[in-house]
Design a protein around this ligand. Structure first.
Ligand code: NAD
Length: 489
């Protein structure tokens, strides 16, 4: 069994107590991680704070360090991928790709330019907007893509000039702790801290006085608590929360083709993706054909240990989540739903659950109203598009949504009515490296990805340089002739 260390002030740190991490494919222990103590968290925050001025001051040093991190991650991609599969369950090919993606994220963010914008340049003033790093960033992460989620904060925060203190999920801390071990040789002490612990450690991070921003990815309930805690000293928050994404199929598509395209945006990573399709609305006329095509595809999926070649879908990551998915499916069936495929957990060890397609659901089934975050899809027939749009929007979530049609104008008309931070047409999930990614309603606060993530870890400084003789504040008798005061106060 592996023992991993935290990274505090550039060095390895253990603890007096340890937590065991379990492989969801076997439910056997796979590694141990230290439980970060309050004193260690204080030390970590102090080291991060001390690292901030020099790290913020030198962009070229940051770029060189980020390139060194990328090279180290390229070398370690197989090892990190294997650790990810063992703690998270996903197929090894996906996990290794995620580790390689971490290396390319460092390169992409290092290369990003953050131009100073000039918003006014006339006879009265030159006004420029500068972006300054906000300070130490606390990153609190979930278990569905441990490395990708951690790097999604670390790389843009580094580009902005911020040190990062990251806490992975207690279900999947191994790859992130190993990331700290690998990168600590390539970064100044305190620039990257990796600590391990449970929800209480997350709470201690959000209320700690050092961080100036919290980058939180996880459930809506925890995100709400993070926002409340951060409000006490007005920390900036970037909240990437849950989703219950609807996909609406229009009646001009080929049912078999669309079913094939819908399948993996729904079931990748066993449905444990914030922006997976979680509710599918199909025209009544195509309902049977689409359900049958999805069910056939689901029955053919190779479910198993992510380390085995050719496995397409691993287990659910952890027992509470596994029980939740089973319960949501069982409740739907009790309420009259038909199981078109899956619906059961195979015998034997491991948290496996067959890809499940449900239909004939009651309108108020919990699996429609709540985020299942697992391999079970409710397929819901509609009689007119307005009804589908209304039902798609009838949720407090607002992460993503998609429309599937061969008619671009019809698709665009429906897309504009969907209440979501991202709306896709004829696909579901890709973001690319430049688009902002955000949830509306309860699905988040702030935008991530590309330059938007860098902005999230900066504060604006407006530099207003008066031209000679131009001054807003004048003797009272001159005010009447002033045409533009801008903001008062
Ligand atoms: P979670 O909210 O239970 O935990 C996420 C992290 O927060 C963990 O590290 C946990 O220890 C910590 N935490 C829990 N309560 C906390 C609190 N009160 N204060 C501070 N930290 C706290 O979420 P999870 O079960 O790990 O992840 C699944 C959820 O994450 C799903 O809802 C999924 O949709 C969401 N998610 C969203 C995105 C996105 O980009 N929008 C991406 C991935 C996952």
């Amino acid at each position: 069994m592996l023992d991993l260390t935290m990274t505090i002030n550039g060095a390895a740190a253990t603890s007096t107590t340890w937590s065991t991490v379990v492989d969801p494919a076997t439910e056997e222990p796979v590694g141990r991680v230290p439980d970060c103590t309050p004193e260690q968290l204080d030390d970590a925050m102090t080291a991060a704070q001390n690292a901030f001025p020099a790290w913020a001051a030198d962009l070229e040093q940051r770029r060189a360090a980020m390139e060194a991190c990328a090279v180290a991650l390229d070398h370690a991609a197989e090892e990190l991928g294997e650790l990810t599969t063992r703690e998270q369950g996903m197929p090894l090919t996906v996990a290794v790709a995620s580790a390689r993606g971490a290396a390319s994220s460092f390169r992409r963010y290092a290369a990003l330019e953050l131009p100073t914008e000039t918003v006014q340049n006339d006879e009265s003033a030159l006004v420029r907007i500068e972006r300054r790093p906000v300070g130490v960033v606390a990153a609190i992460k979930p278990w569905n893509f441990p490395l990708g989620m951690a790097i999604g904060t670390i790389a843009p925060a580094f580009r902005a000039g911020c040190p990062v203190v990251v806490k992975p999920s207690p279900f999947t801390p191994l790859a992130t702790l190993r990331l700290g071990e690998i990168l600590r040789d390539h970064l100044p002490p305190g620039v990257l801290t990796v600590v391990s612990g449970g929800d209480d450690l997350g709470r201690a991070m959000t209320s700690h006085p050092v961080p100036r921003a919290i980058s939180f990815t996880g459930s809506v309930a925890a995100g709400r608590s993070v926002n409340i805690a951060a409000a006490a000293d007005l920390k900036r928050v970037l909240l990437e929360l849950g989703g219950n994404d609807p996909a609406i199929v229009l009646d001009d598509v080929d049912p078999a083709t669309v079913a094939e395209s819908l399948f993996w945006p729904t079931f990748s990573n066993a449905g444990q993706i914030c922006k997976a399709i979680k509710r599918l609305y199909v025209p009544e006329s195509m309902h049977e054909e689409i359900v049958e095509a999805l069910a056939e595809r689901a029955r053919a999926v190779r479910v198993g240990r992510g380390t085995e070649p050719s496995v397409e879908m691993g287990p659910i990551n952890n027992r509470p989540q596994y029980e939740r998915v089973r319960e949501l499916v069982a409740e739907a069936v009790d309420g009259g739903a038909t199981v078109a495929a899956g619906g059961t957990a195979p015998d034997g060890p491991g948290l496996f659950f067959e890809p499940t397609v449900l239909t004939d659901l009651a309108d108020d089934a919990r699996i429609i109203e709540e985020e299942q975050f697992g391999p079970a899809l409710p397929v819901l027939p509609y009689s007119d598009v307005a009804e589908a749009v209304r039902k798609a929007n009838a949720t407090n979530f607002g992460l993503g949504a998609s429309v599937w049609s061969n008619d671009p104008l019809r698709a665009a008309a429906v897309a504009t009515q969907l209440e979501a931070g991202t709306v896709w047409v004829n696909t579901h999930g890709p973001i690319g490296s430049t688009a902002p990614f955000q949830g509306v309603k309860s699905s988040g606060l702030g935008s991530a990805n590309g330059i938007w993530s860098v902005y999230a870890f900066t504060d604006i400084r407006t530099v207003y340089q008066a031209r000679s003789g131009a001054n807003v504040y004048q003797a009272p008798e001159a005010v009447a002739t002033t045409t533009e005061l801008g903001t008062e106060g």
